[in-house]
Structure formats: structure tokens, C-alpha cells
Ligand binder design. Structure first.
Ligand SMILES: Cc1cc2nc3c(=O)[nH]c(=O)nc-3n(C[C@H](O)[C@H](O)[C@H](O)COP(=O)(O)OP(=O)(O)OC[C@H]3O[C@@H](n4cnc5c(N)ncnc54)[C@H](O)[C@@H]3O)c2cc1C
Length: 425
């Protein structure tokens, strides 16, 4: 352990993931007509990244293709963040999906909207987004320092003027460096895919050093494991737009209508992944394979189609409801040939939830910095002027479809633009 320096900067961003890089890149400094920003100027911004490279999770997003946002109406976005949606409405409207797409295109990343509304870079390569963000961050006067894990954060009272934030980094050799700035943005992500660097350890630093409250951290956007999973041999079979719901003590706690995928050991696909954060051991996962049909409608059709019909029940059901034959074969073996029983299970097959996959497989983290501590239009801490939190470090998580990267952008733009306005940097 050696080398204690003290470097003073204007803005420090902790974490070079999607949100941290969006903040550095979206600092629209030149728009203000100020000549003193950018490379060679007196402005000094710093991005401190714990790992040896920036944007690792961004590069994994959308299987490397980077589903960066959704092209639907911004009015429909709030419902995609569960009960947090209404709280972040103003930042989503101010820095919307259209604003994000314009930002990308203005900076040379053409975008493409798929049939299902998901937006990607036209190249379908997350590298193009990452390289653009890094280029723009540098142009805006931000220096990136990798292998710089922030291990302490403190507020220093200054006699005159606003208080100063001090952050301490430790590198892989044990060298310590101290940096100070009037504005610090926490962009350290959640706990999912910990090998990317966002392993949740910074939450402990925030608790210990600043008494910041962190809500319960749970894996989100992950497959669900059920007891006595019967469909392992149907791995790869999927269903379009089916209805799934999660029940606990006879109360429905979440539902969605999307695509379902059987894997060799669990249930996956958006129909399961998007409600996985509500899953708990002992709860029930209920599946209606024939949505929007209900029990009565299915029973009536089964009675008609089975009346005088020849052939195996599995084939009859497969043909009548356009379901995969292999599924119907196994389904009838499991549930017999009684029409009422078949109708009940086709419209509401129930499984007891055992567990969800852990943070190693979860695409997002549910929980994080409690939103009550920050302004949800600027993301500045109410009790800590000059300190901001953005992206997945906050207790905000969206469903699949580009909503998490959209929030990374919306919260980042809200924070950095506030900093530049307030401090007239
Ligand atoms: C496999 C996968 C696929 C995904 N696909 C999509 C998708 O297609 N669309 C979408 O919208 N979302 C997707 N997501 C979610 C999305 O990638 C995240 O929500 C987003 O990256 C969060 O950005 P962030 O900056 O808040 O956190 P992160 O991207 O996790 O970045 C946090 C950074 O902070 C660094 N850090 C942590 N602690 C410290 C510290 N103490 N000091 C310094 N640095 C620190 C980390 O090393 C990391 O680089 C996906 C996630 C995964 C795992």
C-alpha cells in the first residue's frame, strides 16, 4: 500500500457502466457555447472504474446486440418499472426514448426498430454504442481511470462555499488515491452478473460511510425453477403471448402476457423473466397456455372437438388449439383425458415455485438505493448536496425490452445536466 495523492476534479463519476458513461457523454457542454469545456479545457471530469475495462455489461446487453430502448409511446413506459414507474415519470418524459434515439443518431450511431418495438443500433453491435460513449465522454473532458475501485466516500466541510466530496480508490496493487470534487455521481450498478464488476459491494460502502438506506436486493429478470419440473424433455419449446401469473397465499401478486420458453431445467422467456422478481419459495406460478381463452370457453371447444372424434387426444388438442404436438403428448400423459381437467390445466396449469436463478443469471437487480433519499427529477441526494445516484444502483428495475438502458440514460442525463446548470461549470 503506497501513493496517497489528492486530485481535485469538477465532477467524479463512480462506475464506467452504461449509466456512468451516459452521464459523461450526455453532458452537453458545447451546447452552452462555453469554450472552456472539453479536451484541453480547464474542466476536469473523472470516471473511476473498478475493473480493467469500461462497459462490460453494456457489451453483453441484448446478447451483444444492445437493445437500448423501446420505440413505444413514452406514456407506456412507466408501467414497465413496477411500482417505481410513477416515481420516475418526470425523468423518463424529459429524457425520453426519442431523446435517447436522437442522441445516438446525432453522435453517429444509427438505430433500428424491430417489429416488436425493441430498438437496437443498426449494426446490431453493442461496441458501437460503447465506443461512441467513450469518445464523447473524452471530448467532454472526462478522463477514464480503470482499476480504480472506490472504497470510501466522505463529505468534507469547507469553511467557505459548498461542501466537497472526497473519494478514495484502491487499485489491484493496493495503491490508494484520493480524489475530491463538488459533484459526485454514483453509477455503480446493482448485483447481477457480478463478474462484470457490479457485484453490489459499493452498497456496503454507502451504508457504512454515509448511512444511505438500501432496499432489499433481489435477482430480477431471471428464470424460475418449480418443484417437479415436468417439461425438461421439451427444452426449446416456446409459446407466444401466453398468460402467466404469480400467486402467494391465494393472492395474485404479478401477471403478464408474453412469450414462454421451456428450458432443460426451468421456465424462462419474458412471460416468466419479467415477473420473476415477485417469485418466492412456496408461491405458485400459473400458466394459461391458451390466453385469452378461459376455462369455460376451452371446455366448450374440447367437448365439441372430442365429440365423435378419432385419433389421439394429444393430436386433437394440438390441432384444435395450434399447440406443439410434443407438449400436448406430455400434457395429456400428465393430466389424463378428462375434459374438465384438461381445460382447467390448459388455462391454469399450476406449479409450486422452488427458487429463482441467482444474481449470476439475473439480468437486473430489484432493490438498491432507496428512492425516498433522492430527488427523482435530478437524482441528487436530499441530505447530501452534490451527491447523485443513477442507473441500476437505484431501486429501479425495468422489464426486458430496453427499459433498463433507457433508465440508465434518463437518470444519467437528469443528473449531469443538473450539475452543469447548478454549478455553472
Ligand atoms: C446479460 C444481460 C443482458 C442485458 N440486456 C439488456 C438489454 O438488452 N437492454 C436493457 O435495457 N438492459 C439490459 N440489461 C440490463 C442493463 O445492462 C443494465 O441495467 C445496465 O447496464 C445498468 O447500467 P449501470 O451503469 O447502472 O450499471 P452497470 O452497467 O452494471 O455498471 C456499473 C459499473 O460500476 C463499476 N463499479 C462497481 N462498483 C464500483 C466501485 N466501488 N468503484 C468503481 N467502479 C465500480 C462496475 O465495475 C461497472 O462497470 C442486461 C443485463 C445483463 C446482465
Amino acid at each position: 500500500m503506497s501513493n496517497i495523492n489528492n486530485q481535485i476534479c469538477d465532477v467524479i463519476i463512480i462506475g464506467a457502466g452504461a449509466s456512468g458513461l451516459f452521464a459523461a457523454a450526455a453532458a452537453d457542454l458545447h451546447a452552452k457555447g462555453a469554450v472552456s469545456y472539453g479536451e484541453g479545457s480547464s474542466f476536469k471530469g473523472l470516471i473511476l472504474e473498478k475493473t480493467s475495462r469500461p462497459g462490460t455489461k453494456l457489451l453483453m446487453s441484448g446478447s451483444g446486440q444492445c437493445n437500448i430502448t423501446h420505440a413505444g409511446s413514452i406514456k407506456d413506459f412507466t408501467s414497465c418499472y413496477g411500482d417505481k414507474g410513477n416515481k420516475i415519470r418526470s425523468c423518463l418524459y424529459k429524457y425520453s426514448n426519442l431523446s435517447l434515439m436522437e442522441f445516438l443518431e446525432d453522435n453517429g450511431v444509427e438505430v433500428f426498430t424491430r417489429e416488436d418495438g425493441k430498438v437496437f443500433p443498426k449494426s446490431m453491435d453493442a461496441h458501437d454504442v460503447l465506443y461512441m460513449l467513450l469518445r464523447r465522454a473524452k471530448k467532454n473532458g472526462f478522463e477514464l481511470k480503470c482499476d480504480s475501485e472506490v472504497t470510501e466516500i466522505n463529505n468534507i466541510d469547507t469553511d467557505n462555499g459548498p461542501s466537497l466530496w472526497q473519494v478514495v480508490t484502491t487499485d489491484s496493487k493496493g495503491d490508494i488515491t484520493v480524489y475530491s470534487a463538488h459533484s459526485v455521481i454514483i453509477a455503480t450498478g446493482g448485483c447481477s452478473y457480478p463478474t462484470t464488476g457490479s457485484d453490489g459491494s459499493f452498497f456496503n460502502v454507502l451504508r457504512n460511510d454515509l448511512d444511505i438506506e438500501i432496499t432489499e436486493l433481489k435477482p430480477s429478470l431471471t428464470p424460475i425453477q418449480v418443484n417437479e419440473y415436468p417439461y425438461a424433455e421439451l427444452s426449446g419449446i416456446s409459446f407466444e403471448s401466453i398468460h402467466t401469473s404469480i400467486w402467494y397465499k391465494d393472492k395474485k401478486i404479478a401477471e403478464t402476457c408474453e412469450d414462454l420458453l421451456f428450458t432443460h431445467k426451468d421456465m424462462s422467456g419474458p412471460a416468466v423473466i419479467n415477473i420473476s422478481k415477485y417469485a418466492q419459495h412456496g408461491g405458485k406460478l400459473r400458466i394459461n397456455y391458451l390466453h385469452p381463452l378461459n376455462y369455460e370457453q376451452v371446455l366448450e371447444r374440447l367437448k365439441k372437438v372430442f365429440h365423435g372424434a378419432k385419433g389421439s387426444p394429444a393430436n386433437i388438442i394440438a390441432a384444435e388449439f395450434d399447440l406443439p404436438k410434443r407438449f400436448c403428448q406430455l400434457f395429456t400423459e400428465r393430466h389424463g383425458e378428462g375434459l374438465k381437467n384438461l381445460a382447467r390445466n390448459l388455462t391454469g396449469e399450476e406449479f409450486v415455485i422452488n427458487s429463482v436463478s441467482g444474481f449470476n443469471k439475473a439480468m437486473a437487480t430489484s432493490g438498491g438505493i432507496d428512492l425516498k433519499q433522492v430527488s427523482t427529477s435530478t437524482f441528487e441526494f436530499k441530505e447530501h448536496p452534490g451527491l447523485y445516484a443513477i442507473g441500476e444502483a437505484l431501486d429501479v428495475d425495468g422489464i426486458t425490452g430496453g427499459y433498463n438502458l433507457q433508465f440508465a440514460y434518463s437518470s444519467a442525463a437528469s443528473a449531469i445536466k443538473t450539475i452543469f446548470q447548478n454549478h455553472q461549470l
